[in-house]
Design a binder for this molecule. Structure first.
Ligand SMILES: [Zn+2]
Length: 309
């Protein structure tokens, strides 16, 4: 039996997974992310945790194929991180450093890209090799997989699809500094902002309350048949469909996989996105499967493991 470790390094915790080379998750655990001293201890903490797991399991280190890691920032195909502000990291070759610390083959990638790889391997995108994944979380992350491989781009910023421009005349700035990115309307924060805007000018009755205008409340409202919630979901779907149509027209993927906290609402997300997607996409590029992610927070761990195989 051969093994692999998949590691998802976040700003607060590091999710660690111990898997077989076939992708069976044998055990997962977490360690805190030590952001002190510009994150200088993070990789060595992870390496120490891997070492003690190898000892605990009584396996031969020679049977460990390697360790993969996803990090929150752009990483190019050589494993060079170009910035990871959440961790305090600057520019360095993380794959090399991680390999030195663990004594194992190591590969590092961008967390959203790696999550896309995980969904392709063991999640919602199983059976496809050309997929686009979009993660609707606090922000909008993305990953593009072409012929089974991550599209990293020159500086590792490939797949930042949440920053596709979908609306002119937006006054508020996106986190990236531009105006009118689809992240501004389709992330959890984005849906909540749309909800506030609609709620303020709505005179009818609604199940929504001023106190809870979260994405979850909105999509629960849609399922309960609430008219205001449906109005908000329509604007959300219009923006998401438009953004996804742009990326689908360029990539012509077999499937788009939608993940992240907002996607927990389920099929309703796809139902509201499809009309605008179909309206804006180039016809042949629109013939794809629109799917929901299934691995949740474990996608990064699976994808990181896959990266090293
Ligand atoms: Zn943006």
């Amino acid at each position: 039996m051969k093994y692999v470790f998949g590691v998802d390094i976040g700003g607060t915790t590091v999710k660690m997974g111990f898997l077989t080379s076939e992708g069976e998750l044998l055990e997962k655990w977490e360690i805190p992310t030590d952001r002190s001293n510009n994150g200088a201890n993070i990789l060595s903490d992870v390496a120490a945790s891997i070492d003690s797991k190898i000892t605990e399991k009584g396996i031969d280190k020679a049977d460990v194929i390697g360790v993969g890691a996803g990090v929150p920032g752009p990483v190019d195909s050589n494993g060079i991180i170009h910035s990871a502000a959440n961790l305090g990291w600057g520019v360095f070759n993380a794959s090399e450093e991680f390999s030195r610390l663990t004594g194992l083959k190591a590969m590092v990638g961008n967390d959203a890209n790696v999550a896309a790889l995980g969904e392709m391997w063991k999640g919602g995108g199983v059976g496809y090799k050309d997929i686009v994944m979009v993660t609707l979380g606090t922000g909008v992350g993305g990953g593009i997989i072409i012929d089974g491989k991550i599209l990293t781009g020159a500086l590792g910023a490939g797949g930042e699809i949440g920053h596709i421009h979908v609306r002119d005349g937006e006054e508020k700035a996106c986190g990236c500094g531009n105006h009118g990115c689809f992240e501004q309307y389709c992330s959890a924060t984005g849906v909540s902002n749309l909800a506030k805007k609609h709620f303020e000018k709505y005179n009818g009755t609604t199940v929504l309350t001023k106190e809870d205008l979260s994405a979850k409340a909105v999509f629960d409202g849609v399922k309960a048949g609430d008219a205001l919630s449906k109005e908000i979901a329509e604007e959300f779907g219009e923006c998401l469909g438009k953004g996804l149509s742009v990326i689908a027209t360029i990539i012509n993927p077999e499937a788009i996989v939608i993940g992240g906290g907002v996607s927990k609402a389920g099929q309703v997300i796809i139902d509201y996105t499809m009309p605008s997607f179909k309206e804006n996409v180039f016809s042949d590029c629109g013939k794809l499967k629109m799917l929901l992610a299934t691995l949740g927070n474990d996608a990064g761990m699976y994808g990181a493991a896959r990266l090293v195989l």
